[in-house]
Design a protein around this ligand. Structure first.
Ligand code: F1P
Length: 361
């Protein structure tokens, strides 16, 4: 049966990213309240955990706790690793565990929260499923109902759970209230940015078409885009059965550069307009010189006099705080993966061998 473009759950759910963002923005006061309760407990370590896309959610959401002044040590780990190693590290009484799970039913997540709670940790669940087990076993939960998905692959749930996690992290930092408010206010601009990105979908369809013959993709990013490059590589695997990986951009020079002879690879280089940009431009030029096919995605509009030779394949209309950058860079890549799937006549809603919820631990 021919997969009909634009009638799949996945397509509709990607287009509903702004709706899910809006719901999270409405929860800002509730998120602040949860952060205040957590702070009263004076935790020593704060763990953000998840599996698959939800692990990448956690990995991106913890960043404010790492880069802003903070009294706590923040770590993001897959739920399974938390069960085997981190949950045994301390007595849990001075720990906070923030568990991200679209379904709220994933085996590892439920087990990890139970183990942490047994040791006295305090737990928060971030999910898209009302009434799920996760909401019942955690002390507090953030439920984003408009991010509930029918597709097996996560899209708007990733964006909105990560936004909720970033907002929680910002509240947990040691920043002054006015500084926190400034970062939080910035999140409101995500609505316009997401809608503008989605309006450009013809562009993403043509990228998918141009690269349809390619079977290997390497996504490169730096700290603030890397979580979403991992998420993008997962979407290419899940929806299009293509080999895809992600790594920190300059790591590519330390080994993978040996792949220069291979003509069947496309590199997708995300270039955040920050301190890393000049080095990434040098990397870009170096990769092109070596004969790699490189696609670029950046929030540097209109280019710059210095980088006149580069025209970006995708320009992200985001000038705000870098903590939210990851959320914006992933949206066009969802649509590229989606169009790649339908052009290959794969059903993006139900990839073979994938289950919606991995219940067994
Ligand atoms: C996480 C997850 C998804 C993946 C697959 C299986 O689920 O690993 O990322 O796409 O559908 O489950 P969850 O804990 O967020 O429900």
């Amino acid at each position: 049966m021919k997969i009909n473009e634009q009638t799949t759950h996945t397509y509709r759910e990607i287009k509903e990213v702004p709706l899910a963002i809006e719901e999270v923005l409405g929860k800002i006061p509730a998120i602040k309240e949860i952060a205040e309760y957590l702070q009263e407990r004076k935790p020593r370590e704060i763990y953000y955990i998840g599996c698959g896309s939800s692990y990448y959610v956690a990995y991106g959401a913890i960043l404010p706790l790492i880069f802003e002044p903070s009294e706590y040590i923040g770590r993001a780990v897959p739920a399974s690793e938390f069960i085997w190693y981190y949950s045994k590290k301390n007595e849990g009484s001075r720990e906070v565990v923030v568990a991200f799970s679209r379904s709220g039913e994933t085996g590892e997540i439920i087990e990890a929260v139970k183990r942490a709670k047994e040791k006295g940790a305090i737990a928060v669940g971030v999910t898209c499923t009302k009434g799920s087990t996760l909401t019942k076993i955690t002390d507090y939960s953030i439920v984003i109902e408009k991010a509930f998905e029918n597709s097996f692959v996560m899209t708007k749930s990733y964006v909105s759970m990560q936004l909720a996690g970033i907002l929680l992290s910002v509240h947990l930092t040691g920043l002054r209230d006015t500084e926190k408010d400034k970062i939080i206010e910035d999140a409101r601009n995500l609505l316009t940015t997401a809608s503008k990105i989605l309006d450009d979908e013809k562009r993403y369809r043509s990228i998918a078409e141009e690269d349809l013959h390619v079977e290997h993709f390497i996504f490169l990013g730096t700290t603030f885009t890397h979580p979403s490059m991992l998420e993008a590589s997962l979407k290419f695997k899940e929806m299009t059965y293509s080999y895809a990986e992600a790594m920190h951009a300059l790591e590519f020079r330390h080994g993978p550069i040996a792949l220069a002879k291979r003509k069947d690879i496309v590199i997708i280089l995300s270039m955040l307009n920050d301190d890393s940009l000049e080095a990434l431009i040098r990397l870009y030029r170096n990769l092109v010189e070596k004969g790699f096919q490189v696609r670029t995605i950046s929030n540097l509009y209109g280019g710059s006099q210095k980088f006149k030779d580069i025209s970006f394949d995708v320009v992200i209309p985001w000038e705000g705080n870098r903590y939210y950058a990851s959320l914006t860079y992933i949206i066009p890549l969802y649509l590229v993966a989606y169009y790649r799937a339908v052009l290959k006549n794969y059903n993006p809603d139900r990839p073979e061998h994938l289950v919606k919820v991995v219940k067994e631990f």
